[in-house]
Write a protein of this length. Structure first.
Lengths: 258, 279
């Protein structure tokens, strides 16, 4: 899958053009009073709110709680996803058995699971983590399945010629050969998990800790500045995850042609 | 130096089932190969020469007759038989030396002795300095050298070569033919080369087996009693080459619908991975 690769040092500032333009328009329309500034609050207000939020321990507790939830759910979903996807890819029989169920369940909107999850597991961390795991699970299964199924016959024969054991076949042929697609699945899973983390904090709200809860409180108090500041933090953390995934992918797929 | 194996093929026949019909691929092949001998097999596509190698390496089974290595019937794949295909089949995520080390993964020996064997074989195929290169950084000819080193590193008794230079340019091919001869002499191994290049067959073979298609049979065996390294323009070389060519002139028929190819076209085969797990 060809992707546009950043310049080697990653210092391509063209990506900053759109945010800067939005910021400029935002600043102009609020300063000149062209819009209702109670709804579209001035950027400076957001900045002030953000600055004051950043000094509060509550905020960091919230970010930490969200990150722990996100990564716990992602880890569970990713491990289960690789296992199920690889199994479906290796064995035609298990694909026949599991495949139809998987592809049907996949059609259920993730958010449609929430009533059931909250009924079974209440609205605490358990139901949130299960929801996040489920969100990460689907793309990882699909990536692992595609990757494993794409192992070439020629390479499989090499494994037979050198009398690989099952374990060797899995660890030295199937997983490395499937790594590009598995990593694509993991990257998507990481994004979905983060979206699900914030979503679960809105929809399984129990006024505990979490970035989503902070934004939610902003809504309750009609504090638009806090809502936007929270959204920016959510977006920046998601962006950081994506960059991290980029780095890991580039590192582990060094063997591929640029 | 490796122990060179004696390969005995007796009344070997093989059929494929295609759409409920049985198509004979090999018909009553008998061939005895001496330890350390270099045998070339030539034939047009569809003569079953690649299938013959796939049976000897153990990737295909389900045949009639016997394939004996040092008197023992072969069962499946084994480290006592190495093979080089037309495509190098290196794992792209491994470096040259890691690919070669795959050949030793299930061989006896300590880590130290294995590392030494890998290094020796890198030098044997003339790739010193390219140990850490990934396959995409190597040329076709260099990749094929890595594949040869991988096949030889565990000291097999027989080396099978399935059109190993077929995908290379003419100059690289000629050069690697010379390299292969040198390596074969250095290792003292029994070698079987399948090719459709008559000159290559005569340059390298102690004997040239000419096969004819539909079903695959041995048409003639031509001895090549020439000293090595052979001069491709010498009169006796040219006359042997012409002799083999002559066999071809008659058996080359226009390709028909019934051309037999091993069923290798499908690239994605989950059941094939299942075969990897079925041992």
């Amino acid at each position: 899958m060809p992707r546009i690769i950043d310049q080697a040092d990653g210092r391509d500032w063209r990506g900053a053009a759109v945010p800067l333009a939005v910021l400029a328009v935002w600043w102009i329309v609020t300063t000149l009073g062209w819009v209702n500034t109670r709804l579209i609050v001035p950027p400076l207000g957001v900045l002030k709110t953000a600055a004051s939020v950043l000094t509060q321990a509550d905020f960091y507790r919230g970010v930490l709680a969200s990150l722990v939830r996100d990564l716990s759910g992602f880890a569970i979903g990713a491990i289960a996803g690789i296992a199920v996807g690889a199994l479906m890819g290796v064995s035609r029989w298990s694909n026949r058995v599991i495949g139809p169920t998987f592809h049907t369940l996949r059609q259920i909107s993730l958010f449609a699971w929430l009533p059931l999850l909250s009924s079974w597991l209440d609205t605490g961390d358990r139901s949130k983590i299960v929801f996040i795991a489920l969100s990460a699970f689907y793309p990882v299964v699909l990536g692992a399945f595609e990757g494993v199924r794409g192992v070439s016959r020629a390479q499989a024969e090499v494994a037979r010629i050198y009398v690989f054991t099952r374990r060797q076949t899995l660890l030295r042929l199937i997983l490395p050969a499937a790594a590009p697609q598995i990593l694509t699945g993991l990257r998507l899973g990481l994004i979905y998990a983060w979206i699900a983390t914030i979503g679960s904090e809105f929809l399984l709200a129990n006024y505990g800790d979490g970035l989503g809860n902070i934004v939610f409180k902003g809504r309750a108090n009609f504090n638009i500045e806090l809502i936007i500041a929270g959204m920016l933090v959510i977006g920046l953390i998601g962006y950081a995850f994506n960059r991290l995934a980029d780095l890991l992918e580039a590192r582990s797929l060094r063997w591929r042609k640029a | 130096m490796a122990h060179a194996g004696t390969l005995d093929i007796r009344h070997l026949s093989k059929q494929y089932a295609v759409k409920g019909e049985t198509l004979p691929v090999l018909d009553d092949i008998s061939l005895s190969i001496e330890p350390g001998e270099f045998v070339s097999i030539v034939g047009t596509s569809g003569c079953g020469k690649s299938t013959l190698l796939r049976l000897v390496i153990g990737l295909e089974g389900d045949y009639q007759g016997e394939i004996l290595l040092d008197g023992q019937r072969i069962v499946g794949t084994s480290l006592d038989r190495g093979i080089v295909f037309q495509e190098h089949r290196l794992f792209p995520w491994l470096t040259a030396e890691q690919n070669i080390a795959l050949g030793l993964l299930n061989a006896p020996g300590t880590e130290v002795s294995k590392r030494k064997a890998v290094q020796e074989h890198i030098e044997l195929v003339g790739l010193k300095g390219f140990e850490k290169a990934f396959p995409h950084q190597l040329s076709g000819g260099m990749s094929q050298r890595v594949a040869i080193a991988r096949a030889l590193v565990n000291r097999p008794e027989v080396l099978l070569l399935d059109e190993p230079f077929g995908a290379l340019d003419a100059m690289t091919r000629t050069y690697l033919q010379g390299e292969l001869e040198r390596i074969w002499q250095a290792e003292g191994i029994t070698a079987i080369l399948v090719t459709h290049d008559v000159e290559e067959a005569v340059v390298l073979g102690d004997r040239v087996i000419v096969m004819e298609p539909r079903p695959g049979r041995i048409k003639r065996i031509v001895d090549v009693p020439l000293a090595r390294s052979r001069d491709r323009s010498a009169a006796d070389f040219v006359s042997i080459k012409d002799d083999v060519m002559k066999e071809f002139g008659h058996s080359v028929s226009p390709p028909s619908k019934g051309v037999l190819q091993p069923p290798r076209a499908r690239s994605r085969q989950p059941q094939l991975l299942a075969a990897n797990f079925a041992r």
